[in-house]
Write a protein that binds this ligand. Structure first.
Ligand SMILES: [Zn+2]
Length: 162
């Protein structure tokens, strides 16, 4: 007979801490933050259409791409978000305009372009968070070296009295 903790409490509601963690993660996804520390930015500050991403978290230094081709998974998320979005744009245009399918698709595609940067950003962020929830193993994480100090910053020296 199985004696795993899950087997003893079937259907138990998630604990308060688990719900708190889920809420913090959801907030981090919305604000496009690091999947590990939930604080560091994923994308560099800039205009809303900017797609420049940090290689590693500016806060905890975890490298965002866990392995080669890591963001291929984000393409699946992008597809899952993009197709319904295109549908949402298609329906009102078709109802209002009365155009043929080709013209409605063309118009919906043009409106869709405005959402591409957000789609790109959120598909990567959602993918990273999903991957780290499913495979939380810290042994598969890599870390960037600490940030280099700017030349104007003073480094306290431990051999000052030499
Ligand atoms: Zn981080």
């Amino acid at each position: 007979m199985s004696t795993t903790p899950e087997a003893k409490v079937p259907g138990r509601a998630p604990s308060f801490r688990a719900r708190l963690r889920a809420r913090a993660r959801l907030g981090a996804i919305i604000r496009q933050r690091c999947p590990r520390c939930l604080r560091g930015r994923v994308f560099r500050p800039g205009p809303w259409w900017g797609l420049s991403m940090y290689a590693a978290c500016p806060e905890c230094r975890v490298i965002y791409g866990r392995e080669n081709g890591y963001f291929t998974g984000a393409m699946l998320v992008s597809y899952a978000l993009g197709v319904p979005l295109l549908g949402l744009l298609y329906v009102p245009i078709a109802l209002i305009s009365g155009w043929t399918v080709e013209w409605v698709l063309l118009a919906a595609g043009l409106y869709f372009l405005a959402f591409v940067p957000a789609l790109f950003r959120y598909s990567r962020v959602i993918w990273m968070h999903f991957d780290r929830v499913v495979d939380a193993g810290p042994e598969s994480e890599r870390y960037a070296p600490p940030r280099r100090l700017k030349t104007t910053e003073v480094v306290p020296s431990d051999n000052a009295g030499r």
